[in-house]
Design a protein around this ligand. Structure first.
Ligand code: GLC
Ligand code: CA
Length: 560
């Protein structure tokens, strides 16, 4: 068995602070709001909280555009509120992971304010500035949020690079001073007592010095992912390990957009030279059209199984997986891969939870996922807040690539705002999130779907997540067992086996609204087994497993 580690055995809960809980009625979630809900998280049983950015920011991209890495955003509270929140987390045995956003800063960060002042400013080289080529941008790179990744600066006659919004200029990691600044800021937070970092688009920090064109997509620009896994990224992360993380007991996860399995084996190698694990996006990109996410295409179950199994088997014993369906950039999983109709919402949400949580890796639960929260029926484009969605709407409709109706339909299915509406605490006004006017609309289904109702009900989605999280603490096989996919060709069921020594877990999940049958693998047939967890009444073990619509079962058996 591989070496044990607490971060392999943990479950992480992601809090998106703007939408979690508002303590002062200004319509914006805040740190005191989070502190007031820690008992809820304790009851759920999670070990770690990953907090999306709470640093000072002009909020072009909801805190992912940082203007001061060592100050708290006013909307969210004060540094004293932060310290109290951290202390209250630690009192409850919950660790805190901070979001580290260092591929770029805000254009309002003092470094950039200086940098744009002139070519000989000492901060010029903190960012990536280039001369025009034949009167236009140096290459065809596109921003993740529509349009080109280069912004012309009249004053100094150069372009700066922004793989995200114009207000998120990319830092120049080639510059040693930039790395010094980042590493000392990280040390400052760790000295304060935080327990680790989720590293925003860390796979993009090293740009290929050739600055060559990439393959053009729908809007004529190449994907921001042309910068993924650049030539020096592993060198930078190993330097970070030496200068910041070595000798500290942390949890680190790199958001690695554009990562391949081969690259992940380096980022997340168990040799501990870089990060503990990465977020990969192959499974969440399956329902995109190439680089274009704006479609309502569904992913095929066979493809999903192939991708996830590839990661399970490819990293086993060599590196470590993170397991996630949801985060603040993804639509709600029950609306995406499950069935959010009143009849099957809860059952399919539980099925998806089983499917993910029984795999090898560290599971991440995104706020509201544990309630089976759904996508949102946004009435019109003015109800969206996310610049990614809004920019894409304008760009793609103005270029005549999609009609307004099409774009709205795609946005209701895929927009990041689906994950960003207020957390549904109870059935009072605004789902109990705020006494004021929320910064983004509340999903009208909060009267039916909310925490207060679910915490008290034994068969709720919340209680089911609680049980799954508790099982991970009881059964080593869930954390450390090997993985084997069964029934790879079925478009209806996801069946896999975990094995540790002589112990086995057989997980079978029905992804359809019809009954399905699953034949047991030979080595399991005829054994005695016990049901570890399931989401329907009356599950029975036998050579043929019968699964009700969206049923999930986990059977536990042992070799003699
Ligand atoms: C990451 C974040 C996303 C943000 C982007 C730019 O992908 O998860 O929310 O917009 O990076 O920082
Ligand atoms: Ca507030």
């Amino acid at each position: 068995m591989q070496e044990k580690a607490w971060w392999k055995e943990s479950v992480v809960y992601q809090v998106y602070p703007r939408s979690f809980c508002d303590s002062n009625g200004d319509g914006i979630g805040d740190l005191n709001g989070i502190t007031s809900k820690l008992d809820y998280l304790k009851e759920l049983g999670v070990d770690v909280v990953w907090l999306s950015p709470v640093y000072q920011s002009p909020n072009d991209d909801n805190g992912y555009d940082i203007s001061d890495y060592q100050a708290i955003m006013e909307d969210f509270g004060t540094m004293e509120d932060f310290d109290r929140m951290l202390e209250e987390m630690h009192k409850r045995g919950i660790r805190l992971v901070m979001d580290l956003v260092v591929n770029h800063t805000s254009d309002e960060h003092p470094w950039f304010v200086e940098s744009r002042k002139g070519k000989d400013n000492p901060y010029r080289d903190y960012y990536i500035w280039k001369d025009p080529v034949d009167g236009h941008a140096p290459n065809n790179w596109g921003s993740c949020f529509s349009g080109p990744a280069w912004q012309w600066d009249e004053e100094t006659g150069q372009y700066y690079l922004h793989l995200f919004s114009v207000k998120q200029p990319d830092l120049n990691w080639e510059n040693e001073k930039v790395r010094d600044e980042v590493f000392s800021m990280m040390n400052w937070w760790l000295d304060k007592g935080v327990d680790g970092f989720r590293m925003d688009v860390i796979s993009l920090i090293s740009k290929d010095p050739s600055y060559a064109d990439g393959e053009a997509g729908l809007n004529g620009y190449s994907s921001f992912n042309v910068c993924a896994n650049g030539p020096r990224v592993h060198e930078y992360l190993q330097e970070m390990r030496r200068r910041v993380l070595d000798g500290r007991d942390t949890i680190t996860v790199g958001e690695c957009s554009g990562v391949t399995l081969q690259e992940a084996l380096k980022y997340a190698s168990l040799d501990g030279k870089e990060l503990n694990m990465v977020f990969q996006f192959e499974h969440t990109n399956l329902d995109a059209d190439g680089d274009n996410k704006w479609t309502d295409k569904k992913c095929r179950l066979t493809e999903l199984k192939e991708v996830l199994s590839n990661w399970q088997n490819g990293l086993d014993g060599k590196a470590w997986n993170s397991l996630f369906w949801c985060n603040h950039d993804q639509p709600r999983i029950v609306s995406r891969l499950g069935n959010d109709s009143p009849e099957y919402r809860e059952r399919s949400a539980k099925m998806l939870a089983v499917c993910l949580h029984m795999m090898q890796g560290t599971p991440y639960v995104y706020q509201g996922e544990e309630l089976g929260m759904t996508n949102v029926p946004f009435p019109g484009v003015e109800d969206f807040r996310d610049l990614d969605s809004i920019n894409a709407y304008h760009e793609l409709t103005e270029k005549g690539i999609f009609t307004e109706e099409e774009m709205l339909r795609f946005m209701r299915y895929k927009s990041r705002d689906n994950a960003r509406t207020p957390m549904q605490w109870d059935d009072s006004a605004n789902a109990g999130f705020t006494t004021g006017t929320p910064w983004i609309m509340t999903n009208p289904n909060y009267k039916q779907i909310n925490a207060a109702e679910q915490v008290g009900r034994p068969d709720s989605v919340f209680r089911f997540y609680q049980k799954l999280i508790a099982l991970r603490k009881e059964k080593e096989i869930i954390v450390y067992g090997g993985y084997k996919l069964l029934e790879p060709d079925s478009e209806s069921v996801y069946v896999y086996e975990r094995t540790l020594g002589k112990e086995h877990l057989l997980t079978a999940c029905n992804f359809t609204d019809r009954e399905q049958e699953v034949r047991l693998p030979e080595e399991a047939a005829g054994r005695e087994a016990s049901l570890l967890i399931g989401n329907c009444e009356g599950a029975e073990w036998g050579d043929m497993l019968r699964l009700q619509p969206y049923e999930a079962v986990v059977w536990n058996w042992k070799e003699d």
